[in-house]
Design a protein around this ligand. Structure first.
Ligand code: 13P
Ligand code: SF4
Length: 310
């Protein structure tokens, strides 16, 4: 690292010079969010990607988000700052196992959370995000038989809200599984006025103490528009940056993980996106996200179906 390089200034210059656009998820570090052209949840980023006319798209998030952009924009150069930025939830859903599972449950519609590999999307009928999953499931006939994966917590939440009995894959996100109910209740005692914001990837006991359950974008909007001033936030800690930027007069308290010696409410994959790596990515146009063209064609259908429904 050459300390004389002003990374932020260079990133801005390279974006312009190369007609590149930077997308960032709310869980990335604040400096990346500040330099991004667009920030959003998985749904918003997919929608934005579809409409871009830049030559290069840099996706600061995790690998499946880069793949989603590539599937929607196969002719663009799609880059990510670090190819090692995976997702424990996506990893819990290997395509060959899903294929076998589908074979064991004939006649089911396959709904997959966007946190999945391109190969899983290619086996899927409709992709959903945490921002639209409920409405998409509700848009299907009540007697439709559904396989939902990989997140058992989101699936369980949808089943409980809709009265459906979707068959759930047994996957989970290591960050959202870490929150401790006891510690949230302790915090509530110290801040009785605070409202609890919970991502649907959290397990049921955490969701049951929520004042609002929703995707990152839904939680942000609710915190911004409601009359309350103080919140306990049970999702990845990167979201606090945008919450505090939008509502500087409000208080946001991160919900602690069960093990207070670790920063488990940080997604280590998201945090692999650093300014230095973003600069290198723009400068050298590497690493590039590639998806097998045969997979792209099959994986695009369930994403487009999602974007058409909601
Ligand atoms: P959102 O779809 O709410 O942005 O969440 C993405 C994610 O990775 C959650 O852990
Ligand atoms: Fe995946 Fe969890 Fe990180 Fe989201 S927070 S990207 S679900 S590992």
């Amino acid at each position: 690292v050459d300390p004389s390089v002003d990374l932020a200034a260079e990133i801005k210059r390279l974006k312009k010079e190369k007609n590149a656009v930077v997308l960032a998820h709310y869980y990335t570090i604040g400096e990346i969010q500040d330099l991004a052209d667009f920030i959003g949840d998985s749904l918003a980023l997919a929608r934005i990607a579809e409409k871009l006319d830049n030559d290069i798209i840099v996706m600061c998030g995790v690998h499946f988000m880069g793949e989603t952009v590539k599937i929607l924009c196969p002719d663009k150069k799609v880059l990510v700052p670090d190819l090692n930025a995976g997702c424990s939830l996506a990893d819990s859903y290997p395509a060959p196992e899903l294929e076998k599972f589908i074979g064991e449950h004939p006649g089911h519609t396959v709904i997959s959370y966007v946190n999945t590999s391109a190969a899983v999307k290619a086996l899927t009928d409709i992709v959903v995000t945490s921002g639209n999953a409920m409405e998409i499931v509700n848009s299907l006939p009540a007697d439709e038989k559904i396989i939902f994966g990989p997140d058992r917590n989101l699936g369980n939440y949808i089943n409980s809200q809709t009265g459906r009995e979707m068959i759930l894959w047994d996957g989970a996100c290591h960050v959202h599984e870490q929150f401790s109910l006891e510690k949230i209740l302790e915090l509530k005692k110290q801040h009785p006025e605070a409202k609890v914001l919970v991502h649907p990837e959290c397990p049921k006991p955490i969701r049951l103490v929520a004042d609002k359950v929703g995707s990152t974008a839904v939680l942000l909007k609710w915190a911004e528009e409601c009359e309350f001033d103080s919140f306990i936030v049970a999702t990845e800690s990167g979201i606090l940056h945008e919450m505090r930027r939008r509502c500087p007069q409000k208080t946001f308290i991160p919900a602690p993980p069960a093990d207070s010696t670790c920063a488990c409410n940080d997604c280590s994959f998201m945090k692999l996106n650093t300014l230095q790596k973003l600069y290198n990515t723009l400068r050298y146009e590497l690493p590039e996200v590639t998806v097998d063209p045969a997979i792209i064609d099959r994986a695009r259908r369930p994403i487009t179906r999602m974007l058409e429904i909601k």
